[in-house]
Design a protein around this ligand. Structure first.
Ligand SMILES: [Zn+2]
Length: 92
């Protein structure tokens, strides 16, 4: 995983990107950084599969807020998913 500038990410994606976001490469895959706020794992027992709003009791890890921000790298789609020539199978 290596972080790159949005300029470089734009070059690789071949399209305009949001320059406020952060980009990186995981292998050869262009990814963008997404911040997700969730329950703090240090003071809550909520499982990984739980998506309902939940917060812990508060601890040092989260600054007593019970919630914590985690950063994830999500692959950016750089190639067109649907081609007009293939019958428009995409519902959109
Ligand atoms: Zn906590």
């Amino acid at each position: 995983m290596s972080e790159i500038t949005w300029q470089e990410a734009e070059k690789r994606a071949g399209t305009r990107l949001d320059r406020r976001k952060r980009y990186g490469l995981v292998g050869k895959t262009l990814c963008e950084s997404v911040t997700i706020t969730g329950a703090c794992s240090g003071c809550s027992d909520v499982g990984d599969y739980e998506s309902a709003p939940h917060r812990g009791a508060g601890c040092e890890e989260c600054g007593q807020r019970g919630r914590r921000r985690t950063k994830h790298w999500v692959p950016l789609l750089t190639e067109p998913v649907a081609h007009p020539a293939n019958g428009g199978k995409d519902a959109k």
